[in-house]
Design a protein around this ligand. Structure first.
Ligand SMILES: [Ca+2]
Ligand SMILES: [Ca+2]
Length: 189
């Protein structure tokens, strides 16, 4: 039975799934019917941060145009253009033991592609979630459903995965930002 996190809550992956080696971070969303008349493309990405809370390098920003981390431990499974259907819309696979020791935290983000031009925001998005699955047996370990209503935000920090001694912990964040992916990138550069 997977654990359901509320905003701000955290869990230890080692405690919930001892010996865990590889995880799938699944991100999902649906778009509400709106009258904007244009496609709605949400994108997942993650930022691999060092001790100072900044990206280790430009290549440590993993997204649809940079699918693999320099240590090869983090692999984005590709861009979904519509979010149609249940379940994960985009996935990022992480080989925990091979993440560079310099990486202290990985931040998972969902942003709306071209939000400004298309006049779209998270008020038009529903059923957003992030979940962590054990890649070896496909068991869901933890899930965070965004739940609350947003309005003007175009970028959402969903969750953080961070090192705690030999363990990895997951925190549910649910932090909305205006300014899309560029704004979040700025924060970590
Ligand atoms: Ca996408
Ligand atoms: Ca969906």
């Amino acid at each position: 039975m997977a654990i359901s996190l509320a905003k701000g809550e955290k869990i230890s992956l080692e405690k919930e799934a001892p010996g865990l080696k590889k995880i799938i971070v699944g991100l999902g969303w649906d778009t509400k019917k709106t009258d904007t008349g244009v496609d709605f493309d949400l994108d997942s990405s993650c930022f691999m941060l060092g001790e100072n809370g900044k990206l280790l390098s430009d290549k440590s920003f993993i997204y649809y145009n940079n699918l693999k981390s320099p240590d090869m431990a983090v692999v984005h499974q590709g861009d979904n253009l519509t979010g149609a259907g249940d379940g994960d819309d985009e996935q990022i696979v992480i080989d925990l033991n091979n993440v560079s020791p310099d990486v202290k935290k990985i931040v998972f983000v969902v942003t709306i592609h071209d939000a400004e031009n298309r006049k779209q925001n998270f008020g038009q998005v529903s059923n957003s979630f992030v979940r962590v699955v054990n890649a070896d047996n496909n068991q869901e370990i933890v899930k965070y459903e965004l739940g609350e209503d947003y309005s003007v935000e175009t970028a959402m920090i969903m969750a953080e995965l961070y090192r705690h001694n030999a363990d990895w912990k997951v925190t549910a964040i649910g932090g909305g930002y205006q300014g899309g992916l560029a704004k979040i990138l700025e924060q970590y550069q």
